[in-house]
Design a binder for this molecule. Sequence first.
Ligand SMILES: Nc1ncnc2c1ncn2[C@@H]1O[C@H](COP(=O)(O)OP(=O)(O)OP(=O)(O)O)[C@@H](O)[C@H]1O
Length: 238
Amino acid sequence: MIPWGAVPLLTCRDLRFSWPRTNATLTIRDFQVGQGERVFLCGPSGSGKSTLLGLIGGVLQPQGGELVVLEQSLSVLTPARRDRFRADFLGFIFQQFNLLPFLDPVENVMLGCAFSPLRKVRAMASGGTVRDEALRLLVALGLDARILERRGTGQLSVGQQQRVAAARALIGGPDLVLADEPTSALDAATRDGFLRLLLAECARHGAGLIFVSHDMALASQFDRVVALETSPSRQMEA
Ligand SMILES: Nc1ncnc2c1ncn2[C@@H]1O[C@H](COP(=O)(O)OP(=O)(O)OP(=O)(O)O)[C@@H](O)[C@H]1O
């Protein structure tokens, strides 16, 4: 049951995915996320957490089942429309950040709007200009002005790069943020500060959040914990 409003943000039913040349199948029988809901997704290494985020993000195509985001079935979209849908409504924070090291932090954050006029409009509604909103987010996520003036994002520490990656995912108020182990490289104090700010920014926009982590110390800060399991037959189930 979804206590977060009549229309679920995300519905996965009988979702099936196998990587080529492997006998492991990810099976998601019934997984829903409500609008604005914060879900902590955990499970053993190899249980399929990153794969599930790839499916929800439309980067991977399931071999069966139903995947609906904001009442839109992803399987009926052409690849180009799926890319557009992702750019408009989803924000990704990748494990490896995927930042462009030769751009400065503000330019990296602005990239979050580069493929979506809708996100640009939303960013301007919040910040005045896309650049101002990028700056606001970076400051809200705890980066100070001296760091922002440095040229290459590649010169930043891991924790600082993580904040830039989060700001890029959040700019333009995506409806669903997908975060793949974003705190795994951070020390405990930096991790706690980062999570507090990430949750606050998601709440500010009413964004739902699926946060993948092995760190169960963080689980209590979420509305719900979902664990993927790896059974002896290498079926991965939610
Ligand atoms: N590109 C790929 N090609 C083939 N198999 C893959 C690929 N990526 C992942 N897999 C396989 O899919 C299964 C699930 O991997 P996935 O990365 O989704 O797990 P995970 O739960 O996110 O793991 P971790 O916690 O270690 O990040 C594993 O058996 C993995 O070997």
